[in-house]
Design a protein around this ligand. Structure first.
Ligand code: FEO
Length: 402
C-alpha cells in the first residue's frame, strides 16, 4: 500500500504486517494480520506520530520519502514506547540527524532501557502543545492505555486524535484505510474486540478514564496505530471501547461461553446434550474446543457473556491441561465474576472440578452447578446433562432479571 493523505498535509505512512504469526509472541494473527499505522505531518515542521515495528522498514521509509526528505524530519512523537511502534526509531534517528524525540517522562526512561537512546529526547507534559507552523498538536497523558508511559496526540486544526493503541484492532488493512471506505466493517469490529481483550482488557479502568478525559475534545477523526482510521463514525469505536470496558464491571451480555475439551469423545458427547438443554431456553451460546482453539479467540466470548459452562475431563487426577490454559489466561486478563457450571468425565478419580475451582477462585467465578460422570455417559447421565443445561440457562436468566 502507498501512503495515503488523510487531510492536506497529514498522511498515513503505515505498514501492513501479514507475516508475523503471534502478536506480542502470544496472540495469533496469521490469518488476520495487523497494521502499524504511522502518521506524517508535512508542515513548516516535519513531524511523525508513532512509528512501526522493525519489519518491512524499506516500505516504511519509502512512504516518508514519497512526501518529504527524510533528513528534514524535525520531530517524532512517541505516544507509546512498545516496540511495535518504535522498532524503526534507531534507524530513523540515523537518517534524520536533527530529529527530536517527544514523549512522556516514562517514555524517556523506556527509550534508554529499550534502545539506549538518551540524546535529543524531550519530555512533554500533560496538556503541552507543539506548533508545527500552521497546526497545533496537543499532548494528553493517558497512562496504561496500554503501558504506563502512554499519551495521545490531538491535532487541533483538523480535530484528529492520534491515540496509538487505544481504539485500535487487529486486521491488516485491505486497501481501504477509512471506516467509510471499508466494505467489511464487521471484521474490523470483531478484530478490535479480540485485540481489546487480548491486549488492553487488564487496563479497563485507565481506558474509561482516558475516554472521560477526552470527552470534552471535539474529534472528527480517530487515527489509531492499529486497524482502521475512523472518520465517518469516530464515536462508534469510542462507544465500543467504553462498552467493552464496562463489561469488566459486570455489565455483560446475556449468553453462555461453552468451553470444552475431550480426550476420547465422552465429555464431548455430554457437551452436545448440555447444549441441547441450554439452547432449549433460547440463550445465545458460543462453543469452543479448547484443544483446537487458541485462547485469543475464546477470550472475547468470555469477556462478553455473563455465563460460562466448562466441559472438562479429569486428566491424571487433575484438570485437562487445554482447559486449564484457557482459564489461566482468562484470569490473567481479569475475566471476573462469571456465573459458571462444570461437567466432565473421569476414569478412576475426579480432579477436574478441583482444578477449575483453584484457578477461577481468584476471579470470583460463582460455580452454580457441577455434573461429573465415570467414563462414557449413560443414558441416565445424558438425561441429567440436558437438565443441567436447562437449569443453568434458567439460573442465568433469573440472575439477569434481578
Ligand atoms: Fe501497539 Fe501496546 O502496542
Amino acid at each position: 500500500m502507498a501512503s495515503v493523505e488523510i487531510k492536506p498535509g497529514v498522511y498515513w505512512i503505515g505498514v501492513n504486517d501479514r507475516t508475523t504469526d503471534l502478536f506480542e509472541g502470544i496472540w495469533p494473527i496469521t490469518r488476520e494480520g495487523v497494521s502499524y499505522n504511522s502518521y506524517l505531518i508535512d508542515d513548516r515542521k516535519k513531524v511523525i506520530i508513532d512509528l512501526s515495528k522493525a519489519i518491512k522498514t524499506d516500505i516504511f521509509f519509502d512512504h516518508i520519502a514519497e512526501i518529504i526528505d527524510i533528513s528534514e524530519i524535525d520531530y517524532v512523537i512517541i505516544n507509546h514506547m512498545e516496540p511495535d511502534h518504535t522498532g524503526v526509531l534507531r534507524t530513523l534517528k540515523r537518517m534524520a540527524p536533527k530529529l527530536t524525540i517527544l514523549g512522556t517522562t516514562k517514555t524517556k526512561q523506556m527509550l534508554e532501557g529499550f534502545y539506549g537512546i538518551k540524546e535529543n529526547v524531550q519530555e512533554v507534559s500533560n496538556g503541552e502543545t507543539l506548533s508545527t507552523g500552521t497546526r497545533e498538536l496537543k499532548f494528553i497523558y493517558t497512562p496504561f492505555v496500554h503501558w504506563p508511559e502512554t499519551m495521545v496526540t490531538y491535532d487541533t486544526k483538523d480535530r484528529i486524535l492520534f491515540p496509538c493503541d487505544a481504539f485500535g484492532g487487529y486486521g491488516a488493512l485491505r486497501g481501504a484505510i477509512f471506516d467509510d471506505d471499508c466494505k467489511d466493517l464487521d471484521f474490523y469490529i470483531k478484530e478490535s474486540l479480540r485485540y481489546f481483550v487480548n491486549i488492553v482488557a487488564k487496563f479497563t479502568h485507565p481506558v474509561l478514564q482516558a475516554i472521560e478525559k477526552l470527552s470534552d475534545i471535539s474529534i472528527d477523526i480517530i487515527a489509531p496505530s492499529h486497524g482502521l482510521i475512523w472518520r465517518k463514525q469516530p464515536q462508534l469505536i469510542v462507544d465500543l471501547y467504553r462498552k467493552w470496558s464496562e463489561y469488566a464491571r459486570g455489565d455483560n451480555e446475556f449468553g453462555v461461553t461453552l468451553i470444552y475439551g475431550s480426550m476420547y469423545g465422552n465429555t464431548e458427547m455430554m457437551m452436545n446434550t448440555v447444549v441441547q438443554g441450554l439452547s432449549s431456553e433460547n440463550i445465545p451460546i458460543e462453543i469452543f474446543d479448547a484443544s483446537r482453539t487458541h485462547p485469543s479467540y475464546i477470550l472475547p466470548s468470555l469477556w462478553t457473556y455473563s455465563g460460562v459452562v466448562i466441559g472438562a475431563p479429569t486428566y491424571e487426577g487433575g484438570l485437562f491441561p487445554p482447559i486449564a490454559h484457557v482459564l489461566e489466561m482468562a484470569v490473567s486478563k481479569r475475566v471476573m465474576n462469571k456465573k459458571a457450571a462444570m461437567f466432565g468425565s473421569y476414569g478412576w478419580s475426579g480432579g477436574a472440578l478441583r482444578g477449575i475451582k483453584s484457578i477461577v477462585e481468584a476471579a470470583k467465578w460463582n460455580m452454580l452447578d457441577t455434573l461429573e460422570f465415570i467414563g462414557g455417559p449413560t443414558d441416565e447421565d445424558l438425561k441429567r446433562g440436558k437438565e443441567f443445561g436447562v437449569n443453568f440457562a434458567r439460573s442465568l436468566k433469573a440472575q439477569e432479571s434481578l
